[in-house]
Design a protein around this ligand. Structure first.
Ligand SMILES: [Fe+2]
Ligand SMILES: [Fe+2]
Length: 182
């Protein structure tokens, strides 16, 4: 029974770290794409740079955890990188409001994802996952701030905002479900 639990706990941990590493890698590339297009935008450049710095720290954390726990990356890592860089470039080219609408959609979805994950880890074993839960909670709060930054910078004033938001959010949800498994 103990062995079964240990194996099950390792599977949960592998899945959590795999999907979170994929997500933060995607966030890093997304901000690279946004920054590439908006590097000369005096209003958004410092905002995106600040968000990007935090995404780099999130990625560093999950990259380290993958190694420490001997877990592996998602097999689809190159696809997550390419799609998210493309999303950053496309959103940036659509303009300031689209860039912020993209941020709002992505960050809301990732915040919900981290909330679900914290519940999953708490349900499994608070003590076994305590440090991970604390770190994910802190990262989750930063994603919430990113979401709020997007809202404060006119994301919802983008034309066809609801459609744009739904496409990106649903795309992220599908990617999350896939990255949890492979
Ligand atoms: Fe992040
Ligand atoms: Fe974020």
């Amino acid at each position: 029974m103990a062995k079964y639990l240990t194996r099950q706990r390792k599977q949960i941990l592998d899945s959590v770290l795999r999907v979170d590493h994929s997500g933060e890698l995607a966030a890093d590339r997304l901000h690279y794409g946004l920054m590439y297009v908006l590097r000369n935008d005096q209003q958004l450049q410092p905002i995106i740079q600040h968000l990007w710095e935090q995404e780099k720290r999130h990625l560093e954390y999950f990259s380290k955890q993958l190694v420490l726990n001997r877990s592996r990356k998602s097999f689809l890592t190159p696809i997550w990188e390419t799609l998210s860089f493309g999303l950053g470039i496309t959103s940036g080219m659509l303009g300031q409001r689209a860039a912020m609408a993209c941020t709002v959609a992505v960050e809301r979805t990732i915040t919900e994802h981290y909330d679900n994950q914290i519940r999953q880890l708490l349900k499994d074993d608070l003590r076994a996952h305590q440090e991970l839960i604390e770190n994910i909670s802190q990262i989750r709060d930063e994603e919430q701030e990113h979401h709020d930054v997007g809202l404060a910078n006119d994301a919802k004033k983008m034309p066809a905002y609801s459609l744009f938001d739904a496409v990106i959010s649903n795309g992220c949800k599908v990617a999350i479900q896939i990255a949890k498994r492979i």
